[in-house]
Design a protein around this ligand. Structure first.
Ligand code: 13P
Length: 248
């Protein structure tokens, strides 16, 4: 049985003070949560937020990283640096990085390899745009994101990955995928992982749904057999709503 995993992607939000308050409020309640939980603050607040999480069961994650280990890469952050400040996870290939910053599948694949070498657990985001869904290309796009993201990963490495299915049209729009739409794509993704790595990895790997998850819709979405948790944006910036999702 896969344990649910709920992660909060703070994106480019909060001040240091707000971040510490939010993290502390989540940490206080975390002991009673049925799911695994992680929060992913902006890079500059990782260390202060890590102190607020000390001794709790809330894991810390980065929102991105670069694939090189070190050197002249102005503005970038390595996997080892994320590890060094206490991260267990790193989000890779988020749709905002694909579509706003212009990251390619090839770049994201390099980051996947580098994250695993650094000892981080990647959360690989995949998902189609509205246009792609409406032209019936959802699985073509999601399939490519999965295949290219996992390219060259051994079964052992693949087993450390969480996949987040985040339809681009559902992110920050208030228009979540229905539980059925999510389940359909999650089942297809699990089928792909089974073809690539066999049934044991496919059954163990966790696939989160992300895109306008709120306390009001979390229970129905998380009740789907292939939905193993949520990657939450807007609703993770308030401790109450993030905790309510993690309890759902
Ligand atoms: P929202 O929950 O704000 O739609 O964002 C989802 C997301 O992008 C999480 O990574």
């Amino acid at each position: 049985m896969r344990k649910k995993f709920v992660a909060g992607n703070w994106k480019m939000n909060t001040t240091a003070e707000e971040g510490v308050k939010l993290a502390a409020a989540i940490a206080r309640e975390a002991g009673s949560l049925p799911s695994d939980v992680a929060i992913c603050p902006p890079f500059v607040y990782l260390q202060t937020v890590a102190s607020a999480l000390k001794g709790s069961r809330v894991a810390l994650g980065g929102q991105d990283m670069y694939f090189e280990a070190k050197g002249a890469f102005t503005g970038e952050i390595s996997g080892a640096m994320l590890k060094d400040v206490g991260c267990a996870y790193v989000i890779l290939g988020h749709s905002e990085r694909r579509h706003v910053i212009g990251e390619t599948d090839a770049l994201i694949n390099k980051k996947m390899h580098a994250a695993l070498v650094a000892g981080l657990l990647p959360i690989l985001c995949v998902g189609e745009t509205l246009d792609e869904r409406e032209s019936n290309r959802t699985m073509e796009v999601v399939g490519r994101h999965v295949r290219e993201g996992f390219k060259g990963l051994s079964a052992e490495a693949a087993g450390k990955v969480t996949i987040a299915y985040e339809p681009v049209w559902a992110i920050g729009t208030g228009r979540n995928a229905t539980a059925q739409q999510a389940q359909e794509v999650h089942a297809e993704i699990r089928g792909m992982i089974q073809q690539m790595y066999g049934p044991a990895i496919a059954q163990a790997i966790r696939i989160q749904y992300g895109g306008s998850v709120k306390p009001e819709n979390a229970r129905e979405i998380l009740a789907q057999p292939d939905v193993d948790g949520a990657l939450v944006g807007g609703a993770c910036l308030k401790a109450d709503s993030f905790l309510a999702i993690a309890r759902a």
